[in-house]
Design a binder for this molecule. Structure first.
Ligand SMILES: NC(=O)c1ccc[n+]([C@@H]2O[C@H](COP(=O)([O-])OP(=O)(O)OC[C@H]3O[C@@H](n4cnc5c(N)ncnc54)[C@H](O)[C@@H]3O)[C@@H](O)[C@H]2O)c1
Length: 256
């Protein structure tokens, strides 16, 4: 693999690192010389997925954490501070979807889970990240939102509400902390081929994915690698002036 970025000496935190974008991002940042703090609610899957990191020689810390639980978030970030002392890059990427349904048919439990993980979890992690980054007046935060943060998403109404909220947090934090040397941006991918998409597609599987791809001007879904490439550039020093942006990576879906 070609290493395009140099994150040597940087501490990079990734939530939802056991699967999909987060897992692939962990590998890409490890290949680029970063030391990692990887958080996920599923510790066994996180351990399994991090085995490949041993080949990179990168230092990594695995932390089981439900990002929607304030006590767990607090304890995970205390461990991170004890271990690394500082934080350069944080990718708030953990997220969940709910079953496809019209708003009138979604449940209160689905509301609570979707909002608690995607929005409250991002908020809780951002609070910790900002307080660590303020100590050095440097750092960059990237929130994995979605095109569902920018436009309505039929049958994924709660997910869209949560991701719109993530963009609100991102833009507000950019306004508050830009002067403190911290950049805060969001990435807005369209559907990509990760386990989350398999969960959404359910029994409809390939047919559903083909339907989604047919809606995209480029007539295909994103690959995980394309999303991770964007994550790396957005978090790199090459991207030194972008702050408060909601960057689409969607094959043109939201261009209309
Ligand atoms: N895959 C897509 O099509 C797509 C498109 C746009 C945005 N996104 C967003 O990208 C992010 C990553 O999605 P993915 O496709 O890689 O999904 P994924 O399901 O493959 O991975 C999500 C990870 O988050 C973890 N997680 C879930 N709840 C958690 C919690 N409470 N605390 C900590 N970790 C938790 C899961 O264990 C899993 O490892 C999500 O925020 C998702 O909303 C995904």
């Amino acid at each position: 693999m070609t290493v395009k970025y140099d994150f040597s000496g940087k501490t990079v935190l990734i939530t939802g690192a056991a699967s999909g974008f987060g897992k692939a991002a962990a590998q890409a940042f490890a290949n680029s010389g970063a030391r990692l703090a990887l958080l996920d609610i599923n510790m066994q899957q996180l351990k399994d997925s991090s085995l490949v990191l041993d080949e990179t020689g990168a230092e990594y810390l695995l932390l089981r954490c439900d990002i929607s639980n304030p006590a767990e978030v607090n304890s995970a970030f205390n461990r991170l501070k004890e271990h690394y002392g500082s934080l350069d890059i944080a990718i708030n990427n953990a997220g969940v979807v709910h079953p496809l349904n019209r708003i009138a048919d979604l449940t209160e439990d689905e509301f609570d889970k979707t909002i608690n993980v995607n929005l409250k979890g991002t908020f809780l992690c951002m609070q910790q990240e900002l307080s660590i980054m303020l100590e050095t007046s440097t750092g960059t935060i990237l929130n994995t939102a979605s095109v569902s943060g920018l436009i309505g998403s039929p049958f994924l109404g709660l997910y869209a509400a949560a991701k719109h909220g993530v963009l609100g947090l991102t833009r507000s934090a950019a306004l508050e902390y830009g002067r403190k040397g911290i950049r805060v941006n969001a990435l807005c991918p369209t559907f990509a081929t990760t386990p989350m998409l398999d969960e959404i597609a359910g029994e409809k599987g390939q047919k559903f994915q083909q339907h989604l791809a047919s809606q995209v001007p480029m007539l295909r879904l994103a690959t995980t690698q394309e999303v991770v490439e964007a994550m790396q550039w957005l978090c790199s020093d090459n991207n030194s002036y972008m702050n408060g942006a909601a960057v689409t990576i969607d094959g043109g879906l939201t261009a209309a």
